[in-house]
Design a protein around this ligand. Structure first.
Ligand SMILES: NC(=O)c1ccc[n+]([C@@H]2O[C@H](COP(=O)([O-])OP(=O)(O)OC[C@H]3O[C@@H](n4cnc5c(N)ncnc54)[C@H](OP(=O)(O)O)[C@@H]3O)[C@@H](O)[C@H]2O)c1
Length: 186
């Protein structure tokens, strides 16, 4: 019996393999990798640091030896947060009263706080309501705080963060707090 002929490889195969291999190498190079950001002795600036998650992060960062600044609107709640952190850790955090919607006020606070190593944009407001029932002013309020407030903070902090990272050789970091609420269709 005659042997069956070997299947013919498509002449396009070598042509296809090159871009696929290139894409695979590229994907490997740019894959997300976790970077450890040291905070001991470094400046951690947390917006919305007077309550909830921000306050817990501020306390943790203070415990780990960071110099901590917190920003929020209510001066009273900021002072209460500072007292609570001092009581829990023995560390004094710096407090800044500003509304993140006010770019100038944010810039002044960041300048006064001094160059930042780790910026945590944690502030946030949320009105749980279906879009068709929600007033546009309410939507604008959330966008101004949750979105523009983040731009104001980053724009204010970034130049000095970059310089400091270059000078110290240590990685700087910006974290932005999100919410699953942003992923739910209206
Ligand atoms: N808690 C949750 O289950 C949950 C779930 C998903 C995502 N998140 C997100 O995590 C972040 C923190 O949540 P949380 O529950 O810990 O919040 P929270 O306890 O309500 O605290 C919000 C913080 O943001 C500050 N803030 C609000 N509006 C501000 C403004 N215009 N300018 C400056 N600061 C402002 C508040 O202080 P003042 O009011 O004094 O300004 C407070 O310090 C938010 O971004 C939130 O969307 C929370």
């Amino acid at each position: 019996m005659a042997p069956s002929p070997l299947p013919m490889a498509s002449p396009l195969l070598p042509l296809l393999m090159a871009p696929v291999a290139f894409a695979a190498v590229l994907a490997f190079i740019v894959r997300p990798r976790s970077v450890r950001i040291p905070i001991k002795g470094r400046h951690v600036f947390i917006s919305g640091g007077s309550s909830g998650i921000g306050l817990a992060l501020a306390r943790l960062a203070a415990t780990e030896g960071a110099r901590v600044s917190i920003l929020a609107r209510s001066a009273v709640r900021l002072q209460e947060a500072r007292d609570a952190i001092r009581l829990a850790t023995g560390v004094d955090v710096a407090i800044f009263s500003a509304d993140v919607r006010d770019a100038d006020a944010v810039a002044n606070a960041v300048e006064e706080a001094g160059p930042v190593d780790v910026l945590v944009c944690n502030h946030g407001v949320f009105t749980p309501q279906e879009l068709e029932k929600q007033d546009l002013e309410e939507v604008r309020f959330m966008v101004e705080i949750n979105l523009m407030g983040i731009f104001h903070l980053i724009k204010a902090a970034l130049p000095a963060m970059k310089q400091r990272a270059k000078a110290t050789g240590l990685p700087a970091s910006i974290a932005i707090m999100s919410s699953q609420a942003g992923q739910v269709p209206p």
